[in-house]
Design a binder for this molecule. Structure first.
Ligand code: KG4
Ligand code: ZN
Length: 387
C-alpha cells in the first residue's frame, strides 16, 4: 500500500510517499527556519505564508517517483492508496495549509484520507527501513481498504522491534513517554508538565547568543568543553528523577537555573564573562542535564513495564550525546533491552513518519470530517484503532 503523506504543522513543509509503512519512495522537505532567525523565534504568520508557497512544489516533487499520468489528479488516483495528513498539534495557520490541500486532493482524486497526530507519528520513524529503496512499484494496490490486522504485521524495520516498547518522543514542543504493546496499541504514560526538552535546548541557545539554531548549536558548542581537562564550575539540576514523578518531566526549572547562571556570570565581569570557554561549558552542562533526565526516566519506565525495546524519536533524538548516553547506560546495566533510534534526518520534521503512522495506526475518514486541530491531545490510550 502506497501512502502519500503531508506534514505542515510548524515551519517545515513536507511530502513523502511510503510503501507499507516502512519503505521510502520519496521524501521532500522544505523549511522556513532560516527566515525566522532575525525574530528570535518562529513567527506563525510567516511560517504559514511559507507553507502556502511551498506546499504545491513540494508535493509535485514527491510525486515525481510515480509513473506520470496525464495530470496530477490521475497520477494520485491511479498510484496512491491513501493520503495521510497531520491535523495537529501545531500552529493553526501552518496546519490549515496542509489540511486544506490534502482535503482538496482527496476530494478531487477520490483517494481515502487519514488524519494523523504529529506527536504520535514521530515514533514511527523507527519503523522505517533505513536501507531506503528508491524503486517504485508501478502497480497500484487494488485493495484500497486499511485492515487493522494487516497493520499488525511487522514489516521491514518494524519487524525488528520487540514489544512491549517504551517510546520517548522528544521534540520542540513535546516530551512524552508511551508504552507501545504493538504497532497499534499505545498508552500514554506521561509527559512534560511545563517546557519540553527541545524548548529548553532552544531557549538556552538563544540565551547564549546562538539565535534560533537551538539544540544543534548547543550540541556543537558542547563539543568544545572537555570535563576531564577542566574542573566543573557549573552544576545544573536534574529535575523529576524521583519515583513519585515517574513518568513526568519538567524542564522550566532547569531553564530558570540556566537564566540565573548566565545573568550572574554576565554581572560578574561585565561582558568578558561569557567567554567561548564558558559558553561551551554551559552548553555542555545543559546538554548533560537534559539528556541525563531523558535517559534515566525512560530506562526507569522500561524497567517498570518489563519492556523489551526503547524507541527514541523527535527532533531532540538527533542529539548524538543523547543517543550515546542511552547505549552507555544500557551497557553499564547489562540491559537486554534493544535500542532503536531513527537516522538523524528522520528525527526532525518530515512526512515519512506521518505516512508510516497512518499505515500502522491510522483510520480513513471522509475528507469532509477532517479539520486542523492545533491543540490535538497527545495523552492517548489506543488499544485498537486510531484518532
Ligand atoms: O521534532 P522537531 O523537528 O519539531 C517539533 O515537532 O517540535 O523538533 C525540533 C526540536 C527543536 O527544539 C530543536 O532544537 C531540537 O529538536 N533539535 C535538537 C537537535 N536537532 C534538533 N536538539 C538537540 N540536539 C540536536 N542535535
Ligand atoms: Zn515534530
Amino acid at each position: 500500500m502506497k501512502i502519500l503523506a503531508i506534514e505542515s504543522s510548524c515551519d517545515e513543509t513536507a511530502c513523502a510517499i511510503v510503501e507499507d509503512g516502512v519503505k521510502i519512495l520519496s521524501n521532500v522537505v522544505a523549511s522556513s527556519k532560516e527566515l525566522h532567525h532575525k525574530y528570535g523565534g518562529i513567527m506563525p504568520e510567516l511560517a504559514a505564508r511559507e507553507q502556502l508557497s511551498s506546499i504545491l512544489p513540494v508535493i509535485k516533487e514527491a510525486l515525481k517517483v510515480l509513473p506520470q499520468e496525464k495530470n496530477h489528479i490521475l497520477t494520485i488516483s491511479k498510484h496512491i492508496d491513501a493520503i495521510a495528513i497531520t491535523i495537529g498539534p501545531g500552529l493553526i495557520g501552518s496546519l490549515l495549509i496542509g489540511v486544506e490541500t490534502a482535503k482538496t486532493m482527496a476530494m478531487l482524486t477520490g483517494v481515502p484520507i487519514i488524519p494523523v497526530n504529529h506527536v504520535l507519528a514521530h515514533m514511527y520513524a523507527n519503523f522505517i527501513d533505513s536501507r531506503q529503496s528508491s524503486v517504485v512499484s508501478h502497480q497500484k494496490n487494488t485493495n484500497n481498504s486499511l485492515k487493522a490486522e494487516d497493520r499488525n504485521l511487522p514489516a521491514g524495520k518494524a519487524g525488528l522491534i520487540a514489544f512491549s516498547a517504551i517510546s520517548l518522543v522528544v521534540s520542540g514542543g513535546h516530551t512524552e513517554l508511551y508504552l507501545m504493546k504493538s504497532p497499534n496499541k499505545l498508552t500514554w504514560l506521561g509527559g512534560t508538565l511545563d517546557d519540553a526538552a527541545g524548548e529548553c535546548f532552544d531557549k538556552t541557545a538563544r540565551l547564549l547568543g546562538f539565535g534560533n539554531e537551538g539544540g544543534v548549536a548547543i550540541a556543537k558548542a558542547a563539543k568544545w568543553h572537555h570535563p576531564s581537562k577542566k574542573p566543573s564550575i557549573i552544576k545544573l539540576p536534574r529535575p523529576m528523577l524521583d519515583e513519585k514523578n515517574e513518568y513526568n518531566f519538567s524542564f522550566s526549572g532547569l531553564k530558570s537555573a540556566i537564566v540565573r547562571l548566565v545573568t550572574t556570570l554576565k554581572a560578574k565581569t561585565s561582558d568578558q564573562s561569557l567567554t567561548p570557554d564558558v559558553i561551551a561549558h554551559l552548553a555542555y552542562e545543559t546538554q548533560d542535564a537534559i539528556t541525563d533526565v531523558l535517559v534515566k526516566k525512560t530506562l526507569m519506565a522500561a524497567k517498570k513495564h518489563n519492556a523489551k525495546s526503547i524507541l527514541l524519536s523527535g527532533g531532540v533524538a538527533a542529539n548524538i550525546k543523547l543517543r550515546e548516553k542511552f547505549v552507555t547506560h544500557m551497557k553499564q546495566s547489562q540491559s537486554s533491552l534493544s535500542f532503536h533510534v531513527p537516522p538523524v534526518e528522520l528525527c526532525t520534521d518530515n512526512a515519512v513518519y506521518i505516512a508510516s503512522c497512518a499505515y500502522f495506526l491510522g483510520k480513513t475518514d471522509s475528507w469532509q470530517k477532517i479539520a486542523a486541530a492545533p491543540d490535538l491531545s497527545v495523552e492517548i490510550n489506543l488499544v485498537k484503532e486510531a484518532f
